[in-house]
Write a protein of this length. Structure first.
Ligand code: AMP
Ligand code: GLY
Length: 427
């Protein structure tokens, strides 16, 4: 079969690497891809952007893929599933109205409330003064702009003064966009350890992937600005089998069946960002796609073919699919451009990639890279996801950092404490 993969980051390289290994797949086309994806067997990259719906439709009409796999959320929220369906092309992912679970914080919180999904207590406001009043009553709060804000529209407030400033930024200054600031969610601040639970669903069956945890802050010890994710590992000991079953039964199943009752079929990838609180797991957010960088360590551990699972999530029949995982833990360390997540330079030559890739149990996933002549150069903020397996979590961490050490580019920066929580628990 021929697969079209949309996106060009680290998550998409991990997906491309895994999809290209499938015996079912003869050809993989990636739009737009990156230098790492272009190097995978059976794979070609085409210069069509992931948000260029018209360009993607033209590509689908010309190349007639049997399956489309969507990496990022934006095309889903824009309605790519409907558009491709009109062409008779099968797409993994939810239709637009179901993708609102990620596309609108207000929608997500209200659906959760209607179906009794554990999440932080909240109210929705279109009036800044009333929002401030509610934040005061909570003490510590979180202010969330409605709509996609690339992870930036969430402001943690330690006290009512901070909340007042946050609400002004979101709703008065409209710092995250005019539309995103029209309404805001104010919710209680939850405490605990965060973890990601990612599943495939065909609208009925829920197939959990292994557990994982990412590191959102730019600097060691969770300091610095929020990023897309500076590293991840799998499994996350905080989400053990019991806890995963709880998440499946109390969160994922009821949200999918609850939406179905409301006439909204959710198919594709459902990612619950969780806070593991003393009262049990609570939902911080839903995403409607694979995590980046969680996908890198997850797929490094997946022994089964991913393609039948993806196909079943799009076409139905997921109950017949089983996934087998490598019991060894995996760790992904993101190497980022100097300055990321703020302004950064691109075009820096990367060396040591081949040497790192030759190391046992190491896969170097590219994120922001491109080819310039014979050289691979940086082209984004997150540049590489250096991923390794180990006999235990210590082994995986050591191996990943050994590989990071041999890769060089000007002003590279990465966190030195990826998987620290799992290491502490292992002690
Ligand atoms: P979100 O995009 O809603 O997942 O928020 C981004 C990040 O903000 C999460 O990964 C958490 O670190 C933090 N966060 C969001 N909501 C809460 C909450 N209610 N309590 C504590 N932290 C939160
Ligand atoms: N790593 C967090 C996310 O993909 O949203």
């Amino acid at each position: 079969m021929r697969v079209l993969l949309i996106g060009g980051g680290g998550r998409e390289h991990a997906l491309a690497w895994k999809i290209a290994q499938s015996p079912q797949v003869e050809e993989l086309i990636c739009a737009p891809g990156n230098a790492g994806i272009a190097g995978e067997p059976k794979t070609t990259c085409v210069p069509v952007g992931g948000e260029d719906l018209l360009g993607l439709m033209t590509l689908a009409r010309e190349r007639k893929p049997d399956l489309v796999v969507v990496g990022p959320e934006a095309p889903l929220v824009m309605g790519i599933v409907e558009k491709m369906s009109e062409l008779g092309v099968l797409v993994v992912g939810p239709r637009r109205e179901a993708a609102m679970l990620e596309g609108s914080k207000v929608f997500a919180k209200q659906v959760m409330k209607r179906h009794g999904i554990p999440t932080a207590e909240f109210e929705v406001f279109d009036d800044a003064n009333r929002a401030i009043e509610y934040a005061r009553s909570l003490g510590r709060s979180v202010v969330k702009a409605d709509g996609l804000a690339a992870g930036k529209g969430v402001l943690i407030c330690e006290n009512p003064q901070e909340a007042e400033r946050a609400i002004s930024r979101v709703m008065v200054d409209r710092a995250f966009g005019e539309e995103a600031g029209r309404r805001a969610v104010v919710e209680a601040l939850l405490e605990g350890e965060e973890a990601s639970c990612i599943a495939l669903t065909d609208g009925e069956e829920i197939l959990l992937l292994a557990s994982s945890q990412d590191h959102k802050r730019a600097q060691d010890c969770d300091r610095g600005l929020n990023t897309g994710g500076m590293g991840a590992y799998s499994p996350a000991p905080v989400l053990d089998e019991d806890m995963q079953a709880q998440v499946r039964d109390n969160i994922l199943k009821p949200i999918v069946s609850g939406m179905a009752q409301e006439g909204i079929l959710f198919r594709g990838i459902l990612y619950a960002g969780l806070m593991m609180t003393r009262e049990g797991p609570q939902v911080l957010e839903f995403n409607v796609r694979f995590g980046d960088p969680e996908t890198q360590p997850l797929l490094a551990r997946l022994r089964s073919d991913l393609v039948p699972a993806l196909t079943a999530s799009a076409a139905g029949g997921l109950s017949k699919v089983k996934l087998e995982w490598d019991p060894r833990p995996s760790v992904c360390v993101v190497m980022a451009a100097g300055g990321y997540p703020q302004a950064y330079r691109t075009g820096k030559v990367i060396t040591g990639l081949d040497q790192a890739a030759r190391m046992d149990d190491v896969v170097v996933f590219h994120a922001g890279t491109k080819k310039e002549g014979e050289a691979v150069v940086t082209s984004g903020g997150r540049v590489l996801g250096v991923t390794a397996l180990g006999k235990d979590i210590r082994g995986a961490v050591d191996r990943a950092y050994q590989a990071v050490e041999v890769i060089r580019f000007d002003q590279a920066h990465y966190r030195k404490d990826i998987a620290n929580r799992a290491l502490q628990r292992a002690k």
